[in-house]
Design a protein around this ligand. Structure first.
Ligand code: PHE
Length: 460
């Protein structure tokens, strides 16, 4: 056994693991992405599909990842290699996906810091023209030094610092402190938003189920969002579960993490959409939803600046507990598989991903990428930033999850996985055979159909 394996950390407690895994799951995906997707895909109808995707496919894949990690006590690549060396590339694919996500995740994480400071020091400037303020951060008026470099660097620096401290000292301690805080903040903000005059219409929109708004695309968006939100399909949950002691019940852990993550997404949806309806602001601008659109909301409610400040603090907490989990996935792989030293690895990886990430922000407004040099060959490519999200959410994550289920269902075998999941090999309510069926048949088939449908539907 190599020195790095002997020194592997471990979560100190059951609660510590649950909060850390929930910390990974609850992130920008829940608060920055989910409400916008719900709004654009039919409100209540989207919620129904999303919950269905989490309940049937998300939980199935999460348990599969947990069993792989805990069984082997290794990073994503090492875990698959140990069980069947021919498939270690599945873990590698996951690590690549996580790396691409982290490139842009740190940029958006940096924006949250920028907004915390903005609400502390210059809320009136933000309110004067929220969209202009946001676009200025992205570089419409010149190189976005703050939005692309300074704040993302601070965010990434904090992420790297925590990761370099290790599992129990860094990840677990931070999550135990931040996750309860985040829950309380979010609940408070949701109640505030839903009690605004005029918010009822937004609540109704989020509760209204209209089958005519559902199509193949909604399923794809919901599934990609579920994987992203639950941190699945990229080996992060394999890595986290590898630090878990043998006597934890993985089925219970899966249930708790999925429920917590979905509750946060729903709370965020029921906070943001009603507030947007109440203030009558056009909730356009995909990625700007949580920044530009919400500023209009905070501006028009009593005590809004304080709520705004709390909101961005919340977004920042959620983001950092997720970014550390993605970085941990990559670092654990390099340390354990390539024999690199932990602290150095953190620095090298961070530098590379930071440089790539800069282009995410630059491509939002500063670089004339769309329609200029991307379209030289006559083909219109999406802008770089959208392309990163498209590639990961719609292709790499679903593929990663697909191969994970195929691996557990058909290569390693559901019997082995079930033995690993609970100490007595039994699931509550006799659910083990159902899970085996979902892993072997239902989940891979559903994921594949959705990937194909998504490719046919293109980027819409
Ligand atoms: N689940 C996190 C979120 O919702 C993002 C994430 C993706 C974290 C992949 C880890 C791995 O923001």
């Amino acid at each position: 056994m190599s020195a790095s394996l002997e020194n592997r950390g471990q979560f100190g407690s059951k609660l510590g693991f649950i909060l850390s895994a929930a910390g990974s799951a609850v992130g920008l995906g829940n608060i920055w992405k989910f409400p916008g997707k719900a709004y654009n895909n039919g409100g209540g109808s989207f919620l129904v599909i999303y919950i269905l995707m989490v309940a049937l496919i998300g939980t199935t894949v999460m348990l599969a990842e947990f069993t792989l990690g805990r069984k082997t006590q290794k990073n994503a690549v090492g875990a698959l290699r140990e069980l069947n060396a021919k498939y270690s590339w599945v873990g590698g694919l996951g690590i690549l996906t996580g790396f691409i996500i982290l490139c842009y995740y740190c940029q958006v994480g940096g924006w949250t810091i920028k907004y915390i400071i903005a609400y502390l020091t210059e809320s009136t400037t933000v309110y004067a023209d929220p969209t202009a303020y946001f676009l200025n951060m992205l570089g419409v008026n010149g190189f976005p030094l703050e939005g692309a470099i300074i704040y993302p660097l601070i965010f990434l620096g904090l992420t790297s610092f925590i990761i370099s401290r290790g599992v129990a000292e860094g990840i677990e301690k931070l999550s135990k402190f931040l996750m309860p805080l985040l829950f309380i903040l979010l609940l408070g903000l949701m109640i505030r938003a839903c009690t605004l005059p005029g918010a009822g219409e937004g609540v109704a929109y989020m509760l209204h189920f209209d089958p005519s708004t559902i199509n193949g695309n909604s399923f794809l968006v919901a599934l990609g969002q579920a994987f992203f939100s639950l941190s699945l399909g990229m080996g992060v949950m394999i890595t986290y579960a590898s630090y878990l002691s043998k006597d934890d019940n993985l089925v219970t852990n899966t249930g708790v993490v999925c429920v917590l993550d979905t509750c946060v997404a729903l709370f965020a949806g029921f906070m943001i959409i009603p507030a947007v309806f109440a203030t009558g602001i056009d909730p356009g601008m995909g990625g700007g939803f949580a920044f530009a659109t919400l500023a209009g909301v905070f501006m028009s409610i009593p005590g809004g600046t304080i709520f705004g400040l709390l909101f961005y603090a919340l977004l920042f907490f959620a983001a950092i507990t997720s970014s550390i989990s993605i970085l941990e996935g990559t670092v654990a792989f390099l340390v354990e598989e390539k024999g690199m030293e932990r602290k150095k690895t953190v620095v090298y990886v961070s530098v590379v991903l930071f440089i790539i990430g800069i282009f995410y922000t630059l491509s939002q407004a500063y670089l004339p990428i769309k329609g200029v040099w991307w379209s030289l060959s006559g083909i219109e490519f999406p802008i770089f930033g959208d392309f990163m999200e498209y590639l990961t959410d719609r292709l790499l994550l679903p593929f990663g999850a697909f191969f994970t289920t195929v691996f557990v269902g058909w290569i390693w075998g559901t019997d082995n996985a079930i033995k690993e999941a609970t100490s007595d090999g039994k699931f509550k309510f006799g659910l083990a055979p159902l899970w085996a069926f979902l892993v072997k048949f239902a989940a891979p088939v559903a994921i594949l159909c959705i990937i194909v449908a998504g490719l046919l539907l293109g980027m819409s």
